[in-house]
Design a protein around this ligand. Structure first.
Ligand code: KIV
Ligand code: NA
Length: 267
């Protein structure tokens, strides 16, 4: 039986073979991904993907825990990271620790992720010093969508670079074991990757990042709309459409259930 990857295992991959990560909210698809990926993120995008919310903002802590437990049950090898949802960590390091500890105790995940650079430095340090590994998330931080004014690429203008680089340095110094760079212009993501000693995990960032992450449903071809940075590696949405359409036809024509799908009586 293989041992689960740990936060230090991920950090040790800096500059080596790319780290492969995906989001996961669901036990059976997590089990498939577990064969191929290094870490699975139970992202708060589950609010949009699984539950139809317009943004990640309404996601409650309890929902993260429910899906975190499902992904833990479905996997045995990948490191499982659970996102802290909006409103559960920003107030203070103590609030963050209380809620992160609840996630860790109830899911037994190996790490948490939170959004924010400099503004989260003190909180990241507080959690790590108390035993909770942290993935930082900078660049486009979707929980701040109402302040940013939309899902906008970060660092388009060079005079915005210094601030994002400073965020990367601060989360590194605070003890984050890796950092997600989301929707950051390519040369800046490459530059940050060279500048900091922890792995960068890109999403809409750069092939030079130390790893990549995508939302699983997006890369499977299951999401109705995807951003430019997604490559659809499958056509799962089309496969589901075909399957459900065939099922409906076969029920209506009474060709399902067939002989193989029914129970005979014994006498
Ligand atoms: O919630 C999420 O899915 C994420 C990733 C896209 C990085 O935070
Ligand atoms: Na997220």
């Amino acid at each position: 039986d293989q041992k689960r990857l740990t936060a230090p295992d991920i950090t040790a991959r800096k500059g080596g073979d790319p780290i492969v990560a995906l989001t996961s909210y669901h036990a059976h698809t997590a089990a498939i991904a577990d064969k191929y990926v290094d870490f699975l993120l139970v992202g708060d995008t589950l609010g949009m993907v699984m539950h139809g919310f317009e943004s990640t903002l309404p996601v409650p802590l309890e929902l993260m825990i429910i899906h975190g437990r499902a992904v833990m049950r479905g996997t045995k090898r990948a490191l499982v990271v659970v996102d802290m949802p909006f409103g559960t960590y920003e107030e203070s390091p103590a609030q963050a620790f209380r809620n992160a500890a609840k996630i860790v105790k109830e899911t037994q995940c190996g790490a948490i992720k939170l959004e924010g650079g400099r503004r989260m430095g003190e909180t990241i340090r507080f959690l790590v010093e108390r035993g909770i590994p942290v993935v930082a998330h900078i660049g486009l931080t979707p929980q701040s969508i109402n302040v940013l004014g939309g899902f906008k690429t970060q660092g388009r203008k060079r005079d915005q670079w210094a601030e994002i680089e400073e965020d990367a340095r601060i989360v590194t110094e605070a003890g984050a074991f890796c950092v997600v760079l989301e929707a950051v212009v390519e040369p800046l993501a490459a530059r940050i990757t060279k500048a900091i000693p922890i792995p960068t995990i890109g999403i809409g960032a750069s092939a030079e990042c130390d790893g990549q992450i995508l939302v699983m449903e997006d890369m499977l071809g299951l999401s109705p709309r995807v951003p430019k940075f997604v490559r659809e590696f499958g056509e799962v949405g089309k496969a589901i459409d075909r399957a459900i359409s065939s099922y409906a036809t076969e029920v209506r024509t009474r060709s399902f259930p067939g002989k193989a799908n029914i129970y005979e009586s014994k006498d």
